[in-house]
Ligand binder design. Structure first.
Ligand SMILES: NC(=O)c1ccc[n+]([C@@H]2O[C@H](COP(=O)([O-])OP(=O)(O)OC[C@H]3O[C@@H](n4cnc5c(N)ncnc54)[C@H](OP(=O)(O)O)[C@@H]3O)[C@@H](O)[C@H]2O)c1
Length: 315
């Protein structure tokens, strides 16, 4: 990212972990005023110190739940008050729940939709008027390749990410009249972050990113390149287009393969997990981190295949 003549004000949600943390650090290195948003203040404070050390013009910590529209409104006002403008907003907050549709409890299902869908809507509701009034600025919505396909045992997340993609498209249509206002939709594939270990889980085993796995820094870097050179829709992940092709063009083949492939490539069958909401209903700050430390995806697949051999204990 090229440092602007005047430091930008960049608001990043999900800034205490994974892609959001990497995005905040890259903004800090560019000298931006960074506004760091997530639910837990202590985890944000750690990232704020790292952002100051990295060269941020200022750091502002705002602990809130994105599902709280009033809190989001206040946060956006606070960000605008820093210099009088809001240049970039990256919405990287997100949560996941695993489990068959009927096995995910109602409050957890709703919690995923609240953060991923309503959180994005709340942010757009308060950010877009500011950008339109200024006549410039960029809102980045982080979706997922899962927002383009179906995956068994991830209904809340699948629904939420299809909705984020739809929201991005809606916002792009509604803001065509403001040439300098950009809404960018970014869809990563597998990324090595703690979101898999943080997820609500009613499937019996922990999830893991399917290969090829990108680093959060790579996704963040792509996001900031897009801020400098906006495009409406971008996939980050070599396998994304293959998955989308299979889902759209060869649905019977996709449907037959996605279940078995998901179990082998996107789960860790050697790590049983007790059913629970993970971080869906409340922050689990001790598990937030820049990286997920998932290890080699290929070794993970090999371990999973071993559990499927005859005579091996199933989790
Ligand atoms: N990792 C992947 O493989 C992958 C792939 C495709 C897309 N994505 C998407 O990328 C985005 C970032 O994911 P990640 O992997 O970086 O996740 P992560 O490491 O688990 O970070 C999630 C961040 O969101 C915050 N957050 C969660 N719920 C919130 C809420 N209600 N209000 C405010 N902040 C909230 C968390 O902090 P608190 O819990 O303290 O609030 C944390 O800072 C998500 O939208 C995810 O769906 C990830």
């Amino acid at each position: 990212m090229t440092p602007a003549a005047q430091p930008r004000v960049s608001l990043v949600t999900g800034a205490s972990s994974g892609i959001g943390e990497a995005a905040a650090l890259e903004a800090a290195r560019a000298g931006d005023h960074v506004v760091l948003v997530a639910r837990d203040e202590s985890a944000l404070a750690v990232v704020a110190t790292a952002c100051t050390d990295a060269g941020a013009s200022s750091t502002t910590v705002v602990a809130l739940d994105l599902g709280d529209d009033v809190a989001v409104a206040r946060c956006v006002s606070r960000a605008v008050a820093i210099t009088g403008s809001l240049d970039v907003v990256v919405n990287a907050a997100g949560v996941v729940a695993y489990g068959r549709t009927e096995d995910v409890p109602a409050d957890v299902f709703e919690g995923v939709l609240r953060t991923n869908v309503l959180g994005s809507v709340n942010l757009a509701r308060h950010v877009v008027p500011v950008l339109r009034e200024q006549g410039y600025g960029t809102l980045v919505l982080v979706g997922s390749v899962i927002g383009h396909i179906g995956v068994p045992g991830m209904s809340p997340y699948v629904l939420s990410k299809w909705a984020v993609r739809a929201l991005a498209r809606q916002l792009q249509l509604e803001n065509r009249d403001r040439f300098g206002v950009h809404v960018v939709y970014v869809a990563p594939g597998g990324v090595d972050t703690p979101i898999y270990a943080q997820a609500g889980n009613y499937s019996g085993v922990v999830g893991r990113p399917p290969p090829p796995v990108a680093s959060p820094e790579r996704v963040a870097h792509r996001i900031w390149r897009l801020v400098d050179h906006p495009k409406a829709r971008v996939q980050v992940g070599l396998a994304n287009n293959l998955m989308r092709f299979g889902f759209n063009v060869l649905p019977p083949v996709f449907d037959a393969l996605v279940g078995p492939l998901f179990v082998v490539a996107a789960k860790d069958r050697t790590s049983p997990v007790a059913p629970g909401p993970g971080n869906v209903l409340a922050s689990c700050p001790s598990k937030n981190a820049l990286h997920g430390h998932q290890g080699s995806a290929i070794l993970g697949i090999a371990r999973n295949l071993q559990t499927l051999l005859p005579g091996r204990r199933r989790p």
